[in-house]
Design a protein around this ligand. Structure first.
Ligand code: C5P
Ligand code: MG
Length: 162
């Protein structure tokens, strides 16, 4: 249990990767048809990495680099669902449960709107939430960051009953 007795805690996270040819574009565990994907040590899933950092920040437990160092070969090409699962355990160990989450993905191309329901459903499944608890917004960078995919997340954590 954490020493916090707050009934609610907020968490926030961000992640970004450069886009490159020959990499899959994986968002919330869903592979998005795209000519370019995230250049990354792991699967480069900015939604799940952002979510993991938001969860850890919500219980003031550092960030995913401490738990999953990108210099560690064991984490190369790691399925990010495993990162989220481990981080949800840490949140639970500290006495909190995930209430709802809000995600924003910034990506110029391709359009993600058609995949909103699929991505939200998969993120909800990984988090043990109903899809209605997963808010998912998509934005372009208006050409300011055409070679990057970025995500930001806010989570609401609810204190579990003792
Ligand atoms: O960034 P902007 O406000 O111009 O985006 C307009 C709309 O395009 C967004 O509200 C979102 O619904 C959609 N969009 C999308 N996929 C993206 C970026 C934006 O579906 N990669
Ligand atoms: Mg706009």
């Amino acid at each position: 249990m954490t020493s916090s007795s707050l009934p609610f805690r907020v968490g926030y996270g961000e992640d970004a990767h450069r886009l490159g040819a020959g990499h899959p574009l994986v968002l919330g565990g869903v592979t998005v048809p795209s000519e370019r994907g995230a250049e990354a040590h792991s699967d480069g899933d900015v939604i799940l990495h952002t979510l993991a950092d938001a969860l850890l920040s919500g219980v003031a437990a550092g960030d995913i680099g401490q738990y999953f160092p990108d210099t560690d070969a064991a984490w190369k090409d790691l399925d990010s669902a495993r990162i989220v699962s481990r981080v949800l355990d840490i949140v639970r160990e500290r006495g909190y449960a995930l209430g709802n989450l809000a995600l924003v993905v910034t990506l110029d191309r391709p359009k993600l709107g058609p995949l909103r329901a699929d991505i939200a459903a998969n993120v909800a499944r990984l988090c043990g939430l109903a899809p209605a608890e997963v808010g998912l917004s998509f934005k372009t960078s208006e050409g300011l960051a055409p070679d990057h995919v970025q995500a930001r997340a806010t989570v609401l954590l609810v204190r579990a009953d003792d």
